[in-house]
Design a binder for this molecule. Sequence first.
Ligand SMILES: [Zn+2]
Length: 479
Amino acid sequence: MSRLIPPPFNDAMVQAALAEWDWPAHYYEDRYYWSPEQTRRFQNARLLREVARASSIPFYRRLWERAGFDATRFRGIDDLYQLPLYTIEDIRESIAIAPPYGDYQGAYPSPTSTSLRMYFSGGTTGKPRPTVYTPWDRLVSSIISSRRRYREGARPGHVVLNAWAYSTHNGAWAIDESGWYFAGAVPITSSTGNMTSTAEQVRLAVEYQVVSISTTSDYLLHLRKVADELGYKRSDFNIQYLGAIGNRAAIEEAWGVRTSEAYAFHEVNSVAGECEFHNGMHVAEDAFILEIVDPDTGEPLPDGETGDIVVTCLYKTGSPQIRFNIKDLAAIVPGTCPCGSHTKRITSLKGRSDTMVKVRGINIWPEAIGAVMQDAVGHPVEYFCVAHMSRGQDDMSVVIETDAPGVGRRSDLTQRLENVIKDRLGLRLSVREAGPGELDSLTGKGEVAKLRRYKDERRQTVMSDATARLIGIPTQENA
Ligand SMILES: [Zn+2]
């Protein structure tokens, strides 16, 4: 006899979620202005609940036992530092111990489980990692994400184009759900240019008077270019606001609208977003405890200093995240925002600490080099960095794409960039040029949302000829 399957959401659940996490518009009249003490009390109650829940999950039991942490003695937020940090490496180990789900999930598909969803991390750094979400987790993450959409300008009845890849990855779905459930938006599920041609996406945006397009910065610029080629004027569109992950000035110029920046990641969805003062991204502190720690020691850093983002998620009923070191680098913006909210704010991401290389005693990471070069030339640049050994020491070389064909070239430009990098980052690195499209296979341009900027060749005893040519090392020196 078959069991009756209840729908994933029912009215009682939706009402309970809104009672605990607030309506997105109302959030900005109340919770957004909570005092730090109010926020802390709210966080503390949920942190206690999450630690108790996680203590029955094998992954956390193992992690905490190794660190000598006794969950039964945990008293609250003041003890947070006692909990060990964990990283993607620990999740990989968990998957190896209990394939294919790992033992870090809080819910698993079974004949008696509630209706679950499963998405996979991007896989830019290794095998994709699954996260199992309960209906509650999807619902609440949508409430939290749609606060951000509301702040950006989303209102009921807005038709929006979602050109993120609807795939095994969570991103497009999270944007879809948060826009649809709680911001009242009507998403057109175009997905990427491979799924719906760029010309067709342009036509949809014009014909349905789309007010916003969610996608990568690269693709926003490409859409605008294709629209020009097809003879559409800016006034044919009704675009009112856009999100930007990098290339912000270029997007604002191309589309003639303001942009805002946000921070989200696979396991928890939206964490932080800008207000209209563009003065750092406000963390949704009712739902997350965010810390910035030293990438080497794991110790907390003072406001203004760049380190690893560590997130503790407070709203889940499925897979918990307690002191997850996501390895994205940012700093807390010191002081209070003119908007009046006391919530912590983080800077734009400055890179990833797992791509950080210590060269001649200085920590350096590819995205910082990219930002310095972009400032120097005054427009976005395509670049790629290679970490390699040089006379027995760690070193990094940089390649920048220009209009002239051929790889490994030196020029006035590379000379200038070497000097700028030396001035700004305190380190002389070799910069070479490559021709149009020469870096695409390395960066994944046209294929991946987050371009790869870095390759580590330090463990190669002999570098491949292609890489050696790219960074301008003669092949005989490389032997
Ligand atoms: Zn603000």
